[in-house]
Design a protein around this ligand. Sequence first.
Ligand SMILES: [Zn+2]
Length: 302
Amino acid sequence: MSRFKKYALISLAFMIILYAVAVANPGTVLSRKACSSWSLVKDQAFLMTHPKLDGSLKLPANFTIQPGTAEQVPVLMYHYITPKAYNDQPDNNSIMNLEDFEAGIDYLYEQGYYTATMEELEQYVLGKATLPAKSVVITFDDGYQNNYTYAYPILKKYGFHAAIFLIGSRVQTETSVFDPAKKSFLSQEEIEASSDVFEYHSHTYDLHHKGFMKCGLNYASGFDTTSLESDIAKMKELGIDSPYFAYPYGEKSTPMVYYLQKNNYRMAMTVHQGFVKPGDSPMRLKRLTVTSATNMADLLQP
Ligand SMILES: [Zn+2]
């Protein structure tokens, strides 16, 4: 037996013992650690038993950042926008005061920022195109009606561009009368009416809720990849058939990435904080959370 084989067998035996102990004692630090290690093993097994997809995109040979172009790009993440008077959850990072949202967008305009599209971001990540030094990508998750009522006119005023990641099952067939006191979602009609500013992509059709238990933690249902492919099909039936995606709660797994890529998704957003650079893994892009407390100038400092 080779040394490698011996090492692999010992490791496997160790994993099995650790896992057995952990399963017998759930909820402990050891069990979580064992479970995470076990997940890594399972992910490796998954990759070994599924045909390889071309996810390891390399930058062109001799790639360098052109002087005067963006060395990294901030992808801003917003969710729910509401006037301060209606914000009854000021500590909720997903709810932003309209006044602060507008001030941030005003700042981007005054500073001469360029708002790039998803396609431009993709080309930039792959090293196939440059972006102006002052570039930003604006994204909204979930598809709230207030994105149309409040954000759309502000962005349109400046000729800005943004992307909205919709939860397909929440898209309304009838437009409801907007009520700032109520949580409501975009309608088909509003989606069409705002396509000069917003591009629309997937945040799953109906997997944006918790319900997948792993290592004692409750993850988004997207983790259950048995329903991911049918969910993708439903999103495409709805007319959201783009190669761009945002993970519900930012939670991703190796099988999720695999099934997304298998279904022609090429770029996906997490909620990990940071800038996007050429050569980043397109299925694991970082973003920057913007809240009412965010100072835009500070946030955009690399
Ligand atoms: Zn979301």
